[in-house]
Design a protein around this ligand. Structure first.
Ligand code: FE2
Ligand code: FE2
Length: 274
């Protein structure tokens, strides 16, 4: 079933004003051709999958006005897109304030992945790791496993930080026995002939014989199925787990003088010029 992204559809017709002027036949026709196009683009429906090469991905760099590793709070990647004014943070912000006010762009994906972990009976550490695993994208995307683990390490159990840190490396390596296949998403993002960087290879080698291998591995298993359009999961089922395992500092995240307080402040105040 093809999902219609209403906003994208309307934009493809030249915006709401243009749609208003169209006859209902013209609208129906436009919708049909849009859906056909979407079907052609849908990876699942595409039998002869065609992926870019790593060199094609590299050639795209100079076609953009931004770098792909930049945190999503700091830019709008749509052509002529603008960033929005952010809701001010409370004076002593806790994790949930950040999650709701600064991590919106990844929240649906991480909630879906935590939901799957919960439904399949995984441990509370895995569920929490799934809930946090990509949220640092707000700040930076490049090497996000390492940044994310560092951001959360002072406040969560060691196993949770471990799972966040290494899910990034394990995403590049299949483990069919555990239920993880190399994703087409990565063939598209990195190129089908991409070779993981030396630090990723080294971490994978280390992880294979590590007693906590399954912690990041299970994050990747839940990651794979957490891109369902139209599925919305609320934070409610996870409030208890957050309360139990996330130690919010009493001064608020960013105010506690911890080694990562500046990272939280940068997420809280991305409009500060220096
Ligand atoms: Fe990730
Ligand atoms: Fe993810």
């Amino acid at each position: 079933m093809i999902q219609i992204d209403r906003r994208h559809f309307i934009a493809s017709l030249g915006g709401a004003a243009a749609v208003k002027m169209m006859s209902s036949e013209a609208k129906a026709e436009a919708l049909e051709s849009y859906m056909m196009q979407q079907l052609n683009n849908a990876p699942a429906a595409n039998q002869n999958k065609k992926f870019p090469k790593a060199a094609d991905i590299e050639a795209q760099i100079e076609t953009r006005s931004y770098r792909r590793g930049a945190g999503n709070l700091f830019l709008n990647t749509q052509p002529n897109g603008k960033v929005k004014k952010l809701t001010p943070m409370p004076p002593k912000p806790a994790f949930l304030d950040f999650f709701k006010l600064r991590m919106e762009q990844t929240s649906n994906h991480v909630l879906q992945s935590a939901n799957r972990a919960m439904k399949t009976g995984m441990t509370e550490e895995i569920i929490l790791a799934c809930l946090l695993h990509d949220t640092v994208h707000a700040l930076i995307k490049t090497d996000h496993g390492y940044w994310g683990a560092q951001l959360y390490a002072p406040y969560v159990p060691e196993k949770v930080a471990f799972a966040i840190r290494y899910h990034q490396a394990l995403r590049f390596y299949e483990d069919k026995e555990a239920g993880y296949e190399y994703p087409d998403l990565y063939r598209n993002l990195f190129g089908e002939d991409y070779v993981p960087l030396p630090h990723i290879q080294a971490d994978y080698k280390m992880l294979k014989s590590h007693k906590w291998y399954m912690e990041p591995r299970l994050v990747t298993v839940n990651d794979l199925y957490a891109f369902e359009p139209g599925v919305v999961v609320t934070i409610d089922p996870f409030i208890d787990i957050i309360g139990k395992h996330f130690k919010n500092p009493k001064e608020g995240l960013g105010n506690d003088n911890s080694p990562v307080a500046h990272m939280w402040r940068a997420i809280a105040m991305p409009d500060n010029p220096l």
